[in-house]
Design a protein around this ligand. Structure first.
Ligand code: GDP
Length: 443
């Protein structure tokens, strides 16, 4: 789980502070010391830690906290503010240029996730910005890289420009750009070669490609699992290529978070996207304020809602809304909803966005998708009439459905109960006054 260690430590530090009524200088110093230790343990760069805790202590020891009526809360707010600033402060969106082709160059070490992320970004921007993307395969050294990009393109139905048996990445880049111009692609993403370590020949080649394609964005893909090392890598790439932003991948892994918290401070370049899993939907725009809340254990409901909404097209959203309003939502719709939630990406990364959803609290939740399979089997064992009017499913029908789907009557009962609860909740949400209050769009 992303930042789990940090998350728990911050929660502990905060709960100690909240228990105390008033805070004196000593309390604040003690809390700052604990924060310092937690960050160092999370592999955050020591310069970053020093500056961060200095800022917090200065603000907290001043008027802001000690004279406040709720000093604990005030302290948390300061930590949250400073964490947001550390992660880049105001959101810096990708610099989309209207009327000009957007040319992205993906750079990074081998295995960082460049190729996968090139596909993820193309897919996301096609959906959100209606771009017509082209992927260009310039990694001629890693044997499988070109094939990998081609397969990704096929899977996503995105065009790929590649040349086989030609070891001239600059030439390929040039011809790729020409293809983009001729084919009126307005987003071209160049996947370039990586090495296990930075070396001169690689950098020279990247500089040449940069001079050839004149990218509007140079995005450095960095593996978050590599911690401190990723900061050195980022500094070097930035020095030689003057990158425009960073994409942090594998934040779903067992990362301590050091990379995310150090990279913007040390390079001065913002994190633009984060990769949160191997699936192609596992990419998110990076919001410093939301990430700060996640690290501090306050959850990230806004990202959750964004993701849920982005998965549903307007047409099906409208149809569903109508069904709920007319109270026609049945078990077929229920099954469709569950499947959509599953396709939103790994459930793990979604659940982490919910406030207070620590790993401990989630240990009873089945994240493997087995639940979906069981639900599907049960619903498919019902007759059309039963699916449409679940009210008629009596004891003997439940028994038949259970044996038909290879489950137990208790499973059928649980599903029907879950369905009833969702239906009730949806009915409440379809009440326009309530829906407005919760600021949520249906469903
Ligand atoms: P490249 O050498 O930089 O092009 O790296 P690849 O795109 O081939 O990725 C290397 C491996 O990392 C692949 O197995 C990817 O599936 C995996 N990967 C990439 N991004 C993520 C991510 O955000 N989370 C996880 N868990 N795996 C990722």
């Amino acid at each position: 789980m992303i930042f789990e260690g940090l998350n728990e430590k911050f929660q502990n530090i905060f709960s100690q502070l909240k228990r105390k009524g008033k805070l004196n200088e000593k309390d604040i110093q003690a809390a700052s010391r604990e924060i310092k230790l937690a960050l160092l343990e999370a592999d955050v760069n020591f310069k970053v830690v020093k500056q961060f805790t200095k800022n917090i202590s200065e603000r907290a020891i001043g008027q802001e906290v000690m004279n406040s009526l709720t000093p604990g809360q005030q302290f948390i707010k300061i930590v949250n503010d400073e964490m947001t600033t550390l992660l880049g402060g105001e959101i810096e969106r990708m610099d989309f240029i209207d009327g000009r082709r957007n040319v992205y160059m993906m750079v990074g070490l081998q295995g960082a996730g460049k190729t996968t992320t090139a596909g993820k970004v193309a897919n996301l921007l096609r959906k959100e910005k209606k771009f017509k993307p082209l992927l260009v395969a310039c990694d001629v050294y890693r044997p499988a890289a070109i094939k990998q990009l081609e397969i990704l393109g096929e899977e996503l139905n995105i065009d790929v420009y590649s040349e086989h048996d030609i070891k001239d990445p600059v030439g390929i880049a040039k011809r790729g750009l020409k293809k983009a111009e001729d084919g009126h692609y307005d987003l071209v993403i160049f996947d370039t070669a990586g090495r296990l370590q930075i070396d001169e020949a690689l950098m020279e080649e990247l500089v040449k490609i940069k001079e050839t394609i004149l990218p509007t964005e140079i995005l450095l893909t960095v593996d978050a699992m590599t911690g401190q090392e990723s900061v050195n890598v980022a500094n070097e790439f930035n020095r030689l290529l003057d990158i425009t932003g960073v994409i942090l991948t594998k934040l779903d892994g067992d990362t301590r978070g050091g990379a995310a918290l150090s990279i913007t401070f040390t390079t001065g370049k913002s994190i633009k996207y984060i990769g949160t899993g191997e699936k192609l939907a596992d990419i998110e725009l990076f919001y410093p304020d939301r990430m700060a809340s996640r690290i501090l254990g306050m959850g990230d409901v806004l990202s959750f809602i964004d993701k849920a909404q982005s998965m549903m097209d307007e047409e099906s959203s409208r149809k569903l809304e109508e069904k709920i309003r007319n109270q026609e939502f049945d078990l077929n719709d229920f099954l469709e909803q569950i499947k959509q939630i599953e396709s939103m990406g790994s459930m793990n990364s979604l659940l982490e966005m919910i406030p207070g959803a620590s790993k401990k609290a989630l240990k009873n939740v089945d994240l493997s998708g087995a639940d979906t399979k069981r639900t599907e089997a049960i619903i498919l064992s019902m007759t059309g009439e039963e699916r449409h009017k679940p009210g008629i499913i009596n004891a003997s029908r439940r028994k038949r459905i259970a044996s038909g789907s290879g489950t137990k009557v208790a499973d059928v009962n649980r599903l029907l109960k879950g369905f009833e609860q969702s239906r009730k909740m949806m009915k409440q949400m379809s009440n326009p006054n309530l829906a407005k209050k919760g600021r949520m769009k249906l469903p």
